[in-house]
Design a protein around this ligand. Structure first.
Ligand SMILES: Cc1cc2nc3c(=O)[nH]c(=O)nc-3n(C[C@H](O)[C@H](O)[C@H](O)COP(=O)(O)OP(=O)(O)OC[C@H]3O[C@@H](n4cnc5c(N)ncnc54)[C@H](O)[C@@H]3O)c2cc1C
Ligand code: FES
Length: 293
């Protein structure tokens, strides 16, 4: 059961709410990688792919600040109604170490949905490019693009469903591959690269993108999430081929709702100068050409 606080956080642009909710499941997905399900029906009914939520323990002050996590997917109850959200994470520091030890029934504080998310697909061919845990937003993106799920309230509708949807997913080594079962869905062309050659293509995920674009870059859109150098490389490849590309930034965030300016990124202005934008409210998804990378 999730218990909702009646107040919305100040400054919200996306009708986000704070919930005290319970952990429903914890599972290890891959090396140093876990997935957690949180019972949060209202959040599950409103969040869209590429949006995120902030999360922290419901009690105590260590850590004091919540941390941002992207939606992996929503899950439904026996009546088919959205019941909660699942997210995947890599253990890197304080909260993620704590979360890997969370057990069913644990109370957590979660607020969202936050950020803009990926645009509704509007292209003939959609290529998602993920590096490491940057794969998490693409389950929802793929399921929505393939017509297997709807997200948001009211539900987002795709006017023009892509003829093909692919995911190029790169990790250091096969032990880090997370969510392969989930990504094995009808219609999704899944291509894998590992830096050490232990699975799939031996090399960087950008090689897979180049191969995809070599066979067709007509009316292709690219959505990308992963480490900064990889996103920079993806943006450059897309620029060279005049392929529209969107990047989801993983800028560290303190509040998640626009108040603290800890998450700013440089964005190009129409006159060629640049200014800062808050990743939490004006992102995390930006058109690659907007960013000063
Ligand atoms: C919109 C958004 C969505 C995200 N989605 C996911 C997700 O789905 N799964 C996931 O695993 N992670 C995701 N992240 C990153 C995640 O928020 C961080 O890994 C998390 O905050 C680490 O918290 P921690 O308390 O464990 O680490 P901390 O103790 O806060 O930090 C540990 C170390 O990691 C570094 N660090 C912390 N955050 C980041 C970051 N964002 N980039 C680079 N270094 C960082 C710190 O500098 C420090 O060295 C997302 C980030 C954003 C902004
Ligand atoms: S995280 Fe506070 S303004 Fe973005």
């Amino acid at each position: 059961m999730s218990e909702e606080t009646p107040t919305s956080l100040p400054g919200m642009m996306f009708c986000a709410k704070q919930h005290i909710a319970r952990v429903e499941a914890v599972r290890q997905m891959a090396r140093d990688t876990w997935a957690v399900k949180i019972h949060a029906p209202e959040l599950a009914a409103s969040i869209t792919p590429g949006q995120f939520f902030m999360i922290r323990p419901a009690t105590g002050s260590d850590p004091l600040l919540g941390r941002p996590f992207a939606l992996f997917d929503i899950y439904c109850d026996a009546d088919g109604k959205p019941a909660g959200v699942e997210f995947g994470f890599v253990k890197v520091g304080k909260l993620t170490s704590l979360m890997s030890q969370w057990t069913v029934g644990e109370e957590v504080s979660i607020w969202g949905p936050l950020g803009n998310g990926f645009p509704i697909p509007d292209c003939r061919h959609l290529i998602c490019v993920a590096g490491g845990i940057g794969q998490t937003p693409f389950l929802g993106v793929a399921r929505e693009a393939l017509g297997l799920a709807t997200y948001g309230n009211p539900a987002r509708r795709i006017a023009r469903r892509p003829e093909s949807v692919s995911l190029c997913y790169g990790v250091r080594s096969m032990n880090y591959l997370a969510g392969i079962e989930e990504f094995t869905i009808d219609g999704l062309d899944l291509k894998i690269a590992t830096d050490d050659g232990s699975f799939g293509h031996h090399g960087f995920v950008t090689d897979l993108l180049k191969l995809q674009l070599a066979s067709n870059h007509d009316e292709v859109h690219v959505y990308c999430c992963g480490p900064e150098p990889m996103m920079k490389a993806v943006a450059e490849i897309c620029k060279q081929q005049s392929v529209p590309c969107w990047l989801s930034l993983e800028t560290p965030m303190a509040c998640g709702f626009g108040a603290c300016f800890s998450c700013v990124t440089k964005v190009v202005e129409p006159d060629g100068s640049w200014d800062y934008r808050r990743t939490c409210v004006e992102g995390p998804v930006f058109k690659a050409e907007q960013l000063v990378l």
